[in-house]
Ligand binder design. Structure first.
Ligand SMILES: CC(C)(COP(=O)(O)OP(=O)(O)OC[C@H]1O[C@@H](n2cnc3c(N)ncnc32)[C@H](O)[C@@H]1OP(=O)(O)O)[C@@H](O)C(=O)NCCC(=O)NCCS
Length: 180
């Protein structure tokens, strides 16, 4: 499966250590870090290196899955993920999640939704029957992306990340989502 995905405005491609400055800038911003992991902004560049080095493990073994840098005109503007979400309690599940983190300067252009649609297509082409999105219950901007994708709101769920999330699902049978 191709490692690079092109959409009308975006290129999605694998990330590497050359992307450390971008990733550090992204996750040193409280408005981005708040919704990711421990919720604290990065303060050391080494944290960004660690996160990039963890990406292959995060993506798991399926060739369709990955953590992608998202470029507009060869500049990174964000990240989009097609990954197995960690199950609460460490139990075995075979769910697949789509996710997104964009630089605040790139919000409000529809880039996250466009990147996510590309990963929805990739996931369904790879044979996944359902794709989940797992959001902080207060993360309204992320939930708006889920709605733009035509995902169904599952409400509060404790299945992943050892915490309560507001989850959304899109089934392959329901098509590619809305065109909004
Ligand atoms: C969540 C996040 C990715 C959403 O980004 P976003 O830019 O709001 O989302 P979209 O890509 O769907 O863009 C939609 C917006 O672009 C606007 N837009 C402008 N041009 C557009 C176009 N050509 N096509 C589509 N939408 C367009 C839409 O009107 C909408 O604006 P609004 O926010 O004023 O309603 C972003 O807020 C973010 O990175 N947050 C921090 C990290 C985070 O929360 N990650 C999720 C963890 S679960």
């Amino acid at each position: 499966m191709d490692a690079t995905i092109r959409t009308e405005r975006l290129v999605l491609r694998r990330m590497g250590l050359d992307d450390t400055d971008f990733l550090f800038d992204l996750f040193s911003r409280p408005e981005v870090a708040r919704w990711s992991g421990a919720g604290k902004p990065m303060t050391e560049r080494a944290q960004a290196v660690e996160r990039i080095e963890a990406q292959p493990g995060r993506a798991g073994d399926h060739p369709a899955c990955g953590v992608f840098g998202v470029e507009v005109g060869e500049e990174l503007v964000g990240m989009a993920l097609l990954v197995p979400p960690p199950s609460s309690g460490g139990g075995a599940r075979d769910d697949v999640e789509i996710g997104w983190h964009f630089h605040p300067d790139a919000w409000g252009h529809g880039y996250a939704t466009e990147a996510a649609r590309a990963l929805v297509d990739r996931g369904f082409s790879a044979g996944f029957e359902e794709l989940y999105a797992v959001t902080d219950p207060d993360n309204e901007r992320s939930q708006a992306v889920c709605r733009r994708l035509g995902m169904t709101d599952l409400g509060l769920r404790d299945d992943w990340y050892d915490t309560t999330t507001r989850a959304f699902v899109l089934a392959a049978a329901s098509g590619r989502g809305s065109d909004q």
